[in-house]
Design a protein around this ligand. Sequence first.
Ligand code: FMN
Length: 216
Amino acid sequence: MSCRAPATVTIVVRAGAGVIVETSAQMAEYKVGYFVGSLATKSINRLLSKALVRVAPPELQLTEIPFKDLPLYSYDYDETYPPVATAFKDAIAGVDAVLFVTPEYNRSIPGGLKNAIDWASRPYGKNAFTRKPSAVIGTSPGKIGTAVAQQHLRSILAFCNSPQMNSVEAYIQFDDGLISEDGQVSNQSTREFLQNYMAEFHGFIARVYTVLPRTT
Ligand SMILES: Cc1cc2nc3c(=O)[nH]c(=O)nc-3n(C[C@H](O)[C@H](O)[C@H](O)COP(=O)(O)O)c2cc1C
């Protein structure tokens, strides 16, 4: 975990019977690896990932974890992972938390993303997602904004023993021009929503590591 120059935040604690205690705490910095579930060159989810990088609090250091060069997983590889898969798992090991920005394909997540998660979860006993905090978000042109895909992904991440941010949920309906090529969000309320989403994720990561400090 990276811990440079933490910012101070105020935490409000309800101490029972209407008593509210205000205290201040330091919010550490964290490395977050993000997965863009789409391999498409014009992916709207890639645009969303750029927007999220823009609005994230400065204490979150975001880097993409690419997976497009992974072969299709089989447990035949478990004995000796190919270098591309070892590098992929090392990238996950090197971050404090993971963020999934994914489209919905046929009411689930894209096959390429599922393949990447399968690689990360194996060999048995070496699951890269164990105790790694995660969050999911996605965008689609349709009104449900990847909700079904996100439910599938949550189920997968639960099995992979990743503590997940349950709230805020984020189902973003994409309209033309909502996010520019460089990640600028044209709609103010969407921009503020995404900003709050990333701030909540920061708080969630901090809470997970407060309860479950890393040993490695
Ligand atoms: C194979 C495929 C399956 C799709 N299935 C769904 C779906 O189940 N639900 C949905 O809302 N959109 C679906 N779509 C439309 C996508 O939401 C749309 O193509 C979107 O741009 C995908 O995100 P991306 O541009 O980041 O890849 C599907 C698109 C493809 C190519």
